[in-house]
Structure formats: structure tokens, C-alpha cells
Design a binder for this molecule. Structure first.
Ligand SMILES: O=C(CO)[C@H](O)[C@H](O)COP(=O)(O)O
Ligand SMILES: [Fe+2]
Length: 218
């Protein structure tokens, strides 16, 4: 059970300090948005390279960008521990996942709420993680989509069948009131932006979320 706080809800003028607030988390989730794949613009490679130098924990880069085949490997080369591309935007997901792994990162594939998992099941051996989005990507602070839980369970069952060690991440609207159903459905990596950075004590929020997830393991 791993917690990956999203710095999308952090103070962008003080990112080093904001990373230190979540030093007890497993990952720091970095939402890269390009104003094309999603209608919002956040940060890109130069900022990720700077964060990589100061982060006390590994970076979990979630790329909501067009043409990840071209851009994603640079995030792995920058030292990100995990790089997630959206399958809706990828030209050649197998080749891309292999490039990410050979650059030393964990390779992850994300699915928007409207994207089914079944057509991509065969990609599992190439992947270290599948991200099931629980909001429409683009913005923090949106409402959790419980209707994505059957997809989480479907991915969990496929991972069992394939026998690999593929993590299942949920991202969007994850909080103390929604994390339990995610864990019960089969997720094991939990992104939380507003629920962590909106708390006075971000580290305590991380511990609480991890404890809730642990006690509802599938
Ligand atoms: O990928 C994302 C949005 O596209 C963010 O990671 C996600 O929304 C986190 O924020 P919150 O927990 O506030 O929903
Ligand atoms: Fe994200």
C-alpha cells in the first residue's frame, strides 16, 4: 500500500518545501499537463529535473501530454522513478514502455475514465503499473468517480492471471472517504492531491490514508 501525494495541490512557489512536507510518502506524484491532451498547463521537464535534485522521495511522473512516445523517455532519463503515459495518446505503447524501462524507470500506462482496459490487457508484461483515473484528467480537486472501481478490479484480476508484479494506481478524488473502496477494489498505489496538501499536517494525512488502505486490503 503506497501513497503518492500529488504536488498539483501544493504551493508552486515553494515546491522544495512542499516535497519536504510529504517526506514520509512513498512517491511524489508530478502531474505534467501540456494544454493539448488536457485543457490545463502545469510544468515540464526542466521543473522535473529541478525537483529530482531536491526530492527526498522518488518522483512518480504522470504525463498528460500528446506524443508521449517522443517526450516521456526524457523524464525517465531525468531520474524519475516511475513514468506514466496515457495509452490514448501513445503511438506504440510497447516500444514506449520498453524505452522507459531501459532508461531505468518503472513503466506505467494510464486509462482515462472512458477508456476500457480489455484492449490493452496484452500489454501487462511490458508494464510495472496501470493507472486507473478516477476523475477526468486535467484538474485537481474534482469528485471521485466510484464507477471506475469495476475497472480497478478487472485490472487486478488480469494481473493475477498474468502472474506479474504490476501495481494498480488510482488518481483523482482519493481521500479518507474514498480510499477504502479503492483498496477493496484492488488498487495498491494511491494518488491524493487536495486530501494531502489541503491538510494542515500533510505527513499525518499521508499516514492516515496509508492506514485506511492497509486495513481494507483486498
Ligand atoms: O492527475 C490528476 C488530475 O488530472 C491529479 O493527480 C489528481 O487530480 C490529484 O488531485 P486530487 O487528489 O485533488 O483529485
Ligand atoms: Fe495525476
Amino acid at each position: 500500500m503506497q501513497i503518492s501525494p500529488s504536488i498539483l495541490s501544493a504551493d508552486f512557489a515553494n515546491l522544495e518545501r512542499e516535497l519536504d512536507r510529504i517526506g514520509n510518502a512513498d512517491w511524489a506524484h508530478v502531474d505534467v499537463m501540456d494544454a493539448h491532451f488536457v485543457p490545463n498547463l502545469t510544468l515540464g521537464l526542466p521543473v522535473v529535473e529541478a525537483l529530482q535534485k531536491v526530492s527526498p522521495i522518488p518522483l512518480d511522473c504522470h504525463l498528460m501530454i500528446e506524443d508521449p512516445d517522443r517526450w516521456a523517455p526524457s523524464y525517465a532519463e531525468a531520474g524519475a522513478g516511475s513514468v506514466t503515459f496515457h495509452v490514448e495518446a501513445a503511438q506504440d505503447p510497447v516500444r514506449l514502455a520498453r524505452a522507459l524501462r531501459s532508461a531505468g524507470a518503472r513503466a506505467a500506462m494510464a486509462l482515462k475514465p472512458g477508456t476500457p482496459f480489455a484492449p490493452y490487457e496484452d500489454l501487462l508484461p511490458e508494464l510495472d503499473m496501470v493507472l486507473v483515473m478516477t476523475v477526468e484528467p486535467g484538474f485537481g480537486g474534482q469528485s471521485f468517480m466510484a464507477d471506475q472501481m469495476p475497472k480497478v478490479t478487472q485490472v487486478r484480476e488480469a494481473v493475477r492471471r498474468h502472474g506479474g508484479e504490476v501495481w494498480i494506481q488510482v488518481d483523482g478524488g482519493v481521500s479518507a472517504s474514498t480510499i477504502e473502496q479503492c483498496a477493496e477494489a484492488g488498487a495498491d498505489v494511491f494518488v491524493a492531491g487536495s486530501a494531502v496538501y489541503g491538510a494542515d499536517d500533510a505527513a499525518a494525512a499521508v499516514d492516515r490514508l496509508r492506514e485506511l488502505a492497509r486495513s481494507h486490503t483486498h
